[in-house]
Design a protein around this ligand. Structure first.
Ligand SMILES: [Zn+2]
Length: 458
């Protein structure tokens, strides 16, 4: 079995691992690199394989850094199947269409700059036509725990990873061995999604390492912190901004705000969900209640719907979004992108970050090189949309909402696999050695940190 690490090696984005086994070429995810200019330049490095030779993409979930290069793969000749759970396939369409839209905007922006400098413009990685072309590849949808035969002697099974709706850990059986790809692993006892399924025994494990050096505080502490931030900021008349990932995190934050509202713990305010993408993904959640945990099912079966309660407003159009900044302050504004590297949140930051009465609650991971990370790391000034902006708003980092397991969660899960070979992927360069050491303290196995584009034979 040969594995080539085409992405998410010593970084947290661009997940894509090529497995060659039983005469097949299989990709585990095909995601976009996101973050700093250096990291994103890898999207243009070309695939280290021929897309037309790939038989299957086994897709763990629909975050852009796992699914975002599939239209490019199709554009370059892939005509195999993408295998995914039904919610993952449904969400992927929305995520990829949004990605094509962002890329065409970025390409137009680059081309204006390139023209001024007399350089060649950079075309988008793919456009909406490429996304539509790639939709056909998504017809193979499988529920959790069903065995899919890929060819003689090669089988795959998807297990619930408890990360976002439809997310999977992928078990690949071939050559008498079991390779287990964690995908992104969730935290236990989170709202809406179920806990990760206990993993099967595996010989080789590719495990995500995002929080391999961190322990999360319990969710309830984070909910209390969020509540405290809301009362502090709204109490002094400011706007509270929540940069949020459109998929899963937004729905979880809305769910918690709904519970606060229901318990009459929310001050008088508007909650504005200012993200067409989050509005679209929220709609998909309502289509798959069968994938919720038991508490989620119970809450959703009652009215009012936690995604439709009185203080909550959706702003779809750009005009509606612009109008938010003309409103009196004292509202909660949820907008993407989650790391503030683009999207409507950037405009809200420009309008609010310099105000002492305002506040920002970070509820998600902030990767190196992003505006969100710069703010969290304590910058006194940041550049937003070409303008120097002072950071005077109150800042809260609330990590209990994380959709990723922490060090303990990851190692507890790993221990159950009793693997001989552990390969650490999807982690920042400085996190990986700490995670490796922590695993080594508890588990006897060969642990390796693959490099970008390294090939291993196991
Ligand atoms: Zn993810």
């Amino acid at each position: 079995m040969k594995i080539t690490f085409c992405g998410a090696a010593e970084t947290v984005t661009g997940s894509c691992h090529l497995v060659e086994t039983g005469g097949l070429k299989i990709l585990l995810d095909c995601g976009l690199f996101q973050g700093s200019h250096d990291v994103e330049s890898r999207n243009r490095a070309g695939f280290p394989f021929s897309p037309e030779e790939i038989d299957y993409v086994l897709l763990s979930h629909s975050h852009l850094d796992h699914v975002g290069m599939i239209p490019r793969l199709v554009k370059e000749g892939f005509h195999g199947e993408v295998i995914a759970t039904p919610p993952t396939a449904a969400i992927a369409k929305v995520i990829l269409a949004d990605s094509a839209h962002i890329q065409s905007e970025e390409a137009a922006h680059h081309s204006r700059h390139a023209k001024r400098r007399g350089e060649k413009p950079l075309p988008p990685l793919y456009d909406m036509g490429d996304v539509l072309d790639s939709i056909d590849a998504f017809h193979h949808r499988i529920p959790y725990e069903e065995v899919v035969r890929l060819t003689d002697g090669v089988e795959a099974v998807f297990h619930d990873a408890g990360h976002i709706l439809g997310s999977a850990t992928i078990e690949l059986r071939a050559e008498g061995k079991t390779l287990l790809y964690s995908g992104d692993l969730g935290n236990s006892r989170r709202p809406i999604v179920r806990d990760p399924t206990d993993p099967p025994h595996a010989d080789i494990v590719l495990i995500e390492s995002t929080y391999g050096n961190r322990l999360h505080r319990p969710l309830q502490e984070s909910v209390d912190e969020l509540k405290q931030a809301i009362h502090t900021v709204l109490g002094r008349g400011g706007n509270l901004l929540i940069p949020s990932f459109a998929l899963e995190r937004t729905q979880e934050v809305l769910y918690e705000l709904f519970l606060m509202w229901k318990a009459k713990e929310l001050p008088q305010c508007d909650i504005i969900l200012d993200s067409p993408l989050a509005i679209a993904t929220t709609r998909i959640f309502a289509r798959f209640p069968g994938y919720f945990d038991s508490e989620g099912k119970a809450v959703f079966s009652k009215t009012p719907n936690p995604f439709q309660f009185p203080p909550l407003r959706y702003t779809q159009s750009t005009d509606e979004s612009k109008h938010i900044n003309a409103l009196p302050e004292g509202n909660i504004i949820i907008a993407g992108s989650g790391m503030c590297s683009g999207g409507r949140i950037v405009h809200h930051l420009r309008h609010n970050l310099w105000r002492e009465e305002a506040g920002v609650v970070f509820v998600g991971y902030q990767a190196h090189g992003t505006l969100g990370r710069t703010i969290v790391d304590g910058a006194k000034h940041v550049r937003i949309l070409g303008e120097e902006t002072a950071v005077k708003a109150g800042l809260w980092t609330v990590n209990g909402f994380s959709a990723h397991a922490d060090q303990k969660g990851l190692i507890d899960w790993l221990e159950k696999t009793s693997a001989d070979h552990i390969l650490l992927v999807h982690g920042e360069k400085d996190t990986l050695p700490e995670f490796e050491k922590a695993i080594g303290g508890r588990i006897k196995a060969e642990i390796r940190i693959p490099q970008w584009r390294e090939t291993m034979t196991l």
